[in-house]
Design a binder for this molecule. Structure first.
Ligand SMILES: [Zn+2]
Length: 334
């Protein structure tokens, strides 16, 4: 099936602008914003009903899966943006909720009629240049955590897409060698590095077990080799099924249990705009700040947690424990 993948945040931003724009030409009709989808060209835009087509604002699909429509072109697909559906919800509200949850993509499944849904990640091992990278702490198996960056909205077979600086790659390679030395009877996934001065090459190799154990840095007997060079930003993307990268909890000091006892610690979050918050550790705002409320384990009251998706700093209040605060080291460094 043909699938069109649109950047959810850009789409939402334009949808919001469509609903708040002060129309130069006022008509007696209230503006009814619509989502319009051109399946043939993979473009999406938002418009008041009957308004001229705002070509310059069209959002092109970042990814298009599947062949174009075969026979005749598909008609434009339109959906009202703010009209409540049978569940008393609107497309706009559902897009807002999805972005709040951390979803990154607005996906159109091209059937009759097209179906729209949202999701958090596009699965690929080749991330386009348009991807947004943000700092993260990462582990693979029992190795790590290491400071690196992840491509927002992408995954490969369920793992995040991670990249690292040269110095971090060297540290990961050394850790993998040390792990192999401790488990001589097992195949070892290693990083063999070749430094040419002008640049470093990384060979992601699986060294078969030998009676003496794998030989660190020896790729002569390796199977399943993947060859990695620095990307245009000078980072190394270690994307491979044998290195299933995932988010790690950053190393940090034990959380403070009472607010009063640690007044010199600045708050993790500060107000930002009308009802938003800003992470004072990494500067993230908006949808990257999450807020959760749960009935307290104490049996009365509410436990709350505010946390930052980017650096994983958080501030919690639990009836039984009081305030706790966790400031992640930032930016991630060796
Ligand atoms: Zn943060």
């Amino acid at each position: 099936m043909r699938k069109l993948w649109f950047d959810l945040r850009r789409s939402l931003q334009q949808a919001e602008e469509t609903t708040t724009v002060d129309h130069a030409v006022r008509t007696s009709e209230p503006p009814e914003p619509w989502l319009v989808l051109d399946v043939n060209t993979g473009r999406l835009w938002f418009t008041p009903v009957n308004a001229p087509r705002p070509r310059s604002l069209a959002i092109a699909a970042t990814h298009i899966d599947g062949p174009p429509p075969a026979d005749e072109p598909w008609p434009l697909y339109r959906q009202p943006l703010t009209e409540p559906d049978p569940n008393h919800d609107s497309v706009l509200n559902r897009l807002r909720a999805a972005a709040q949850q951390g979803h990154r993509w607005l996906v159109a499944d091209v059937s009759t009629p097209p179906r729209l849904h949202t999701t958090s990640a596009y699965d690929t091992d080749t991330v386009p240049d348009t991807a947004v990278w943000s700092p993260a702490w990462l582990t693979a198996g029992d190795l790590g955590p290491y400071p690196g960056q992840i491509a927002h909205g992408y995954q490969h077979n369920g793992s995040v897409i991670a990249r690292f600086t040269k110095a971090t790659v060297q540290r990961i390679a050394a850790d993998a060698d040390a792990r192999a030395a401790h488990t001589p009877g097992r195949d070892a996934d290693l990083l063999a590095l070749r430094d040419y001065g002008s640049g470093m090459e990384v060979l992601m190799v699986r060294a078969p077990a030998t009676p003496a154990g794998p030989v660190p840095g020896d790729e002569s007997s390796a199977v399943g080799m993947r060859h990695v060079t620095a990307d245009p930003d000078g980072w190394y993307r270690l994307t491979d099924d044998r290195w299933p990268w995932r988010h790690a909890t950053p190393p940090t000091q034990p959380p403070n249990r009472t607010r009063g006892a640690h007044e010199h610690d600045p708050d993790v979050f500060e107000p930002n705009g009308h009802d938003g918050s800003r992470c004072t550790v990494c500067g993230a705002t908006g949808y990257d700040i999450t807020y959760e409320e749960l009935p307290s384990m104490a049996g009365y009251g509410t436990d709350t947690t505010m946390s930052c998706r980017i650096c994983h700093s958080s501030e919690s209040y639990a009836e039984e424990i009081g305030w706790s605060r966790r400031r992640a080291p930032w930016p991630p460094t060796l």
